[in-house]
Design a protein around this ligand. Structure first.
Ligand code: ADP
Ligand code: MG
Length: 537
């Protein structure tokens, strides 16, 4: 072997690129920090907005972390992992997306300081893992219990979620309808936000937004002779069509004899009449059908003054069932009147420019609609996002039964207790836990920065309040003061924080452990010389 010249061996295609070791880590950390930096200025009530313009010229104005990152179509693989943090946060809680991304970026930034000091990323990762686990324990202890009979608490959670969105001046009404909606659909301290249907319609003002004690669906009645309004509605939900069954295969019937044709049509009419008779027999005066309703069936139903809508979506059918107490029926031969639902009033009304069906005044509905109004498209969209945050936060607070104090109070307290914990460790792990604790302070620091306050002064002030035992001391960005924010009602569900720590630390750990990035070359975009838009058909 000796003396022989060894040829370099290429195991990757020519188009692939590769970076390893320190260089790979550096670029990944830079990418993660870049993502965090893009959303940083939007954090908190005093955060700024972003205007995002997509390729078709559509505009979104928002300060919602996940919305911004989704619209940006980020490509760098490590940056994408940070975007995933925001998406997980969105899926699991619905709020705290900006915070989680900023935290992930800061964890990596501070890990870099340690790497520069010669500490191996694996050791940092171990220390971070310890700190993340300990954080969960500390957060559980810091948190306060949610009393669902205390409407003030719930109301404050909803308001905190919406602070700083474009709905500032309508927080009262939106907070109230969000709390009422969540309490209405709650069962045994469980809230499934799927049961709150948000119906946004441009037009009117935010103040016209309202909670419907029932469901609104974007369907009209199928026949203009049907009543437009039905009081004391008895509602039948059908997931079978009111038509003569299709054979499933395209078939053609050839009839040459006119008598036979008449007999055929008579037969069809008879079948449909029988179907409608079965509906009439249930004494229902409103029918929602998930499938089609034949023209003739529409006519017969209208004659009996029954309100009917067809092709109602499956998810609306489920909500209608929960709102009205009806069962969804598949077999018309087996209906008992107890399977009908009820509503005080069912009516077709105009909402914005569209005709919709309102199923209202339901007795104790377990699914409800929130109608969201606003003058322009951008306003309704942002109102919807704000209400989603409020509803999501309320659900999270009720399900877990715990809340914490916002405005950085929870982070400063967590950081303080993590530092105490670090004292019990030794060596490099201790350093990693301390950096983790320091990273968490990025939230209050950013809140201060975005409010035009001096971050160093404010962090010092916050820390000294917490040292003195004022664990609820946070930065009130509305007046720039460090004060007890529990008494000011700046509170949020514990889940936002436990989830943010969990997903941001997981992403940071994953990125820290990467020391080799191998990217395959870009896929060939088709034969060269092709006009954009691909092959003509
Ligand atoms: P995220 O996407 O992380 O939810 P937000 O822009 O909604 O970002 O900001 C949330 C942060 O704002 C939380 O840390 C919350 O505690 C804080 N916050 C809300 N209201 C106030 C307030 N009045 N004073 C200070 N901080 C507040
Ligand atoms: Mg928020």
């Amino acid at each position: 072997m000796t003396g022989q010249n060894i040829q370099p061996i290429f195991i990757l295609p020519e188009s692939a690129s590769r970076s390893t070791g320190r260089e790979a880590q550096k670029t990944n950390i830079e990418a993660a920090k870049a993502v965090a930096n893009t959303v940083k200025s939007t954090l908190g009530p005093k955060g700024m907005d972003k205007m995002l313009v997509d390729a078709t010229g559509d505009i979104v104005i928002t300060n919602d972390g996940v919305t911004i990152l989704e619209e940006m179509q980020i490509e760098h693989p490590a940056a994408k992992m940070i975007v995933e943090v925001a998406k997980t946060q969105e899926d699991e809680v619905g709020d705290g997306t900006t915070s989680s991304v900023i935290l992930a970026g800061e964890l990596l930034k501070n890990a870099e300081t340690l790497i520069d000091q010669g500490i191996h990323p694996t050791v940092i990762a171990e220390g971070y893992k310890l700190a993340a686990d300990k954080s969960q324990e500390i957060l559980e202890k810091i948190a306060e219990k949610v009393d669902i009979n205390n409407k003030e608490t719930l109301y404050n959670i909803a308001k905190t979620a919406m602070t700083g969105k474009h709905v500032e001046w309508a927080k009262e009404i939106l907070g109230k309808i969000s709390v009422d909606a969540v309490l209405q659909v709650m069962e045994d301290s469980e809230v499934d936000i799927e049961n709150i249907k948000l119906e946004k319609k441009q037009g009117g003002s935010i103040h016209d937004s309202e909670l419907i004690s029932g469901i609104v669906i974007d369907k009209e009645r199928v026949h203009s002779n049907m009543p437009k309004t039905v009081k004391n509605a008895k509602i039948l939900l059908l997931d079978t069509p009111l038509e003569v069954k299709e054979t499933g295969i395209d078939s053609k019937i050839q009839i040459s004899d006119p008598d036979k044709l008449k007999a055929f049509l008579d037969q069809e009419e008879k079948t449909i009449k029988e179907l409608v008779d079965k509906v009439v027999k249930t004494k229902a005066n409103v029918v929602f059908c998930q499938k089609g309703i034949d023209d003739l069936a529409q006519y017969f139903l209208a004659k009996k003054e029954i309100f009917a809508a067809r092709r109602v979506s499956q998810s609306d059918m489920k909500k209608l069932a929960r709102a009205t107490g009806a069962k969804i029926i598949s077999n018309l031969n087996e209906i008992s009147s107890s399977e009908l639902g009820s509503a005080g009033i069912v009516s077709e009304k105009k909402l914005g420019t569209e005709n919709m069906t309102f199923i209202e005044a339901c007795k104790n509905p377990k699914a409800v609609s929130l109608i969201i109004r606003g003058g322009t498209e951008h306003v309704v969209d942002e109102v919807e996002r704000a209400v989603k945050d409020a509803v999501g936060d309320l659900a999270a607070a009720i399900i877990e039964g715990k809340f914490v104090v916002g405005g950085g109070a929870v982070q400063i307290e967590l950081s303080r207790q993590l530092n105490d914990y670090a004292q019990k460790l030794s060596g490099r792990k201790q350093l990693a836990v301390q950096q983790f604790a320091k990273s968490i302070e990025i939230i209050p620091k950013t809140l201060a920065e975005n409010a035009g306050l001096d971050p160093i002064d404010k962090i010092t002030e916050l820390k000294s309040s917490h040292e003195k035992g004022i664990a609820k001391a946070g930065l009130n960005v509305m007046n720039g003061k460090v004060e007890n924010l529990l008494t000011k009602g700046v509170i949020e569900p514990l889940k936002i924080n436990t989830q943010a720590i969990k997903s941001s630390s997981e992403a940071a750990l994953m990125i820290l452990r990467i020391d080799d990035v191998i990217s395959a070359g870009k896929l060939d975009k088709g034969p060269s010389g092709m006009p954009p838009g691909g092959m003509p058909y």
